[in-house]
Design a protein around this ligand. Structure first.
Ligand SMILES: Cc1cc2nc3c(=O)[nH]c(=O)nc-3n(C[C@H](O)[C@H](O)[C@H](O)COP(=O)(O)OP(=O)(O)OC[C@H]3O[C@@H](n4cnc5c(N)ncnc54)[C@H](O)[C@@H]3O)c2cc1C
Length: 526
């Protein structure tokens, strides 16, 4: 890994023109306009347009440090790390810029779980008949087949390669024993050490590669343009010094907008009250730059939620309780949905209740299978009652209504027919009773710049934005057209596989000549 690039290195190359360029007009709102910029001097030569958070503008690249690379990668999470490594493997010199002080983004916070078929691990587990098509259908089912299937099939076809590629970097994978909710086979690969373990191994590998320069605490502020072609990016380095980076191609891997309140309000309003367990850097500017360049945005209302967050000690709660028979009781003492569901899909149901909360209510049957029960009990966040009436008093809901609700659930268990169509019911729901006060989390947004299967950003007319590639949370995704539908693993599949594809193509394609790649479903996919 190279940690810096000198101005002299940069000036040696064709990028010298950038360093000598001057800027005149400012089209409005650019945060980095130099004081030499002057709207009243239109006769001055404008060399570079740029994108900014607020609109297309011109930047004074002459006053900035000049950097150069074959491939510039914006964002150092899963998509960016994969893009940088893949580009370096193709012989490119890469600069990866990360605006916070460490690599990893949401990827290092993640569970490190990826569904893949036909891997050594899955075969050894004894799951020998699983297929790419079954994986794809499991991803498409929760969103009612509302997303682009070519994106889904591309990640499913490449998931095995991703497991093997990351293994070559030192990541250890095992198959999860429990059949993951919504997955028709044991295919959930779980990284040793979760997302932290997985990402740390990948970062170690990245750091060992001479041709990759890592720039931490380096915020990219926009893209450099020549006409409508992307030729680099600009921003501020860790010392606050402005830089302009000229590259043969740029990979946008800047994630979604989970940490941007305004964008959440605009695109995912029902998720606004959720607790934010998101990457600090997920503020959405990359999506805005794409939009300014004419890229189509898609699935902007899609997000990954998580329905189980303990309100009383601000920790992530346990979905296993609900899977094993716990029910949701709202402040009115009523159930409101089938609690045996996807953790993301359940989130808006809870957020829609009074005060955006409910009580995850259970008995000893569920408590005995909950590894954290004792910890939470000791922390004092478990409400208790020997009877429903006692628990109702402890949580402050109407006892008569709650008793009616619990009795109806018990009757459903006896009949084998639940009012909310729960298919997984416990043997009984007899007291003593317990409850945890929970709310929903938002973890990641799932919509953004539309791309083809080769990570080329697309305009509405299907044309490609030359010089730019996009992967991960800043792209369209395939979790849902809108809302919280999400198959576990979609986030990492989207980030890591399209990150790798973006890196390979950014290193090997010549901007100006790039055409959108069309995809046809093959017979073997199903
Ligand atoms: C708690 C949690 C658990 C999860 N578990 C799973 C799981 O088990 N399986 C799964 O598939 N998905 C999971 N996800 C979702 C998954 O983590 C994300 O979908 C995925 O990591 C997104 O990767 P990314 O590279 O697009 O974004 P990130 O990993 O967030 O990386 C983007 C990076 O870009 C940086 N950046 C942004 N703007 C700029 C800029 N202007 N200049 C420079 N840098 C910039 C950010 O700071 C950030 O570090 C989980 C998410 C969370 C929060």
């Amino acid at each position: 890994m190279k940690n810096s690039i000198s101005r002299r290195d940069f000036l040696k190359g064709s990028a010298a023109a950038v360093a000598t360029a001057a800027v005149a007009g400012v089209l409005g709102g650019c945060s980095n306009n130099s004081s030499s910029s002057d709207n009243n001097q239109p006769e001055q030569k404008v060399d570079y347009n740029a994108t900014s958070n607020t609109g297309l503008c011109n930047v004074d690249v002459a006053s900035m440090d000049a950097w150069e690379a074959d491939v510039a990668v914006i964002g150092g999470g899963g998509a960016g790390i994969c893009a940088a490594i893949a580009a370096a493997e193709k012989g490119a010199n890469v600069i990866i810029m990360e605006k916070v002080g460490y690599l990893g983004g949401a990827t290092i916070l993640s569970g490190g779980k990826i569904p893949a078929t036909g891997t050594e691990e899955q075969i050894a587990y004894g799951e020998t008949d699983d297929t790419v098509g079954a994986n794809a259908q499991d991803i498409l089912r929760p969103n009612n087949y509302s997303v682009r299937e070519e994106l889904v099939y591309t990640v499913c076809e490449n998931a095995k390669d991703m497991i093997e590629w990351t293994k070559s970097m030192g990541v250890n994978w095992s198959i999860m024993d429990s059949l993951y909710y919504g997955q028709s086979a044991h295919r959930m690969h779980f990284a040793e050490g979760s997302g932290q373990g997985m990402t740390t191994k990948m970062i170690e590998h990245l750091n060992s590669l001479e041709s990759i320069t890592v720039k931490l605490s380096t915020a990219v502020e926009g893209l450099l343009l020549e006409g409508d072609t992307v030729i680099g990016c600009y921003g501020k380095d860790d010392a606050g010094k402005a830089f302009a980076l000229k590259a043969k191609n740029v990979v946008l891997a800047s994630s979604g907008f989970g940490n941007n309140e305004e964008m959440l309000q605009k695109y995912c309003p029902e998720a606004v009250p959720a607790v934010k367990i998101v990457a600090a850097g997920a503020t959405g500017e990359g999506i805005k730059w794409g939009e300014q360049l004419g890229a189509e945005l898609a699935c902007m209302g899609a997000y990954q939620g998580y329905a189980f967050h303990n309100v009383d000690n601000d920790t992530t709660s346990d979905q296993g309780l609900a899977n094993n028979g716990a029910i949701f009781i709202n402040e009115q003492g009523r159930r409101f949905c089938n609690e045996y569901g996807g953790y993301s899909e359940l989130t808006p149901h809870i957020l829609a209740q009074t005060n955006h909360i409910c009580y995850l209510t259970f008995t000893d049957i569920q408590a005995e299978k909950c590894a954290n029960f004792q910890t939470w009990d000791e922390a004092g966040i478990v409400f208790k009652g020997n009877t429903v009436e006692e628990l109702a008093a402890a949580i402050g809901v109407d006892a008569a209504t709650m008793t009616k609700t619990v009795n109806a659930y018990k009757e459903g268990i006896t009949k084998g027919e639940d009012v909310f169509n729960r298919t997984k019911l416990p043997a009984n729901f007899d007291g003593p009773y317990y409850a945890l006060k929970i709310t929903g989390e938002i973890r990641h947004t799932q919509g953004g710049i539309a791309t083809d299967v080769a990570a080329h950003p697309l305009r509405a007319d299907g044309s490609v934005i030359q010089g730019l590639y996009a992967a991960g949370g800043c792209t369209e995704g395939f979790s849902s057209g809108d809302g919280a539908a999400y198959m576990s693993g979609n986030g990492l599949l989207q980030a890591m596989i399209f990150g790798k594809i973006a890196g390979i193509n950014a290193a090997t394609e010549t901007r100006g000549d790039v055409k959108a790649v069309t995809w046809t479903k093959s017979e073997i996919d199903n």
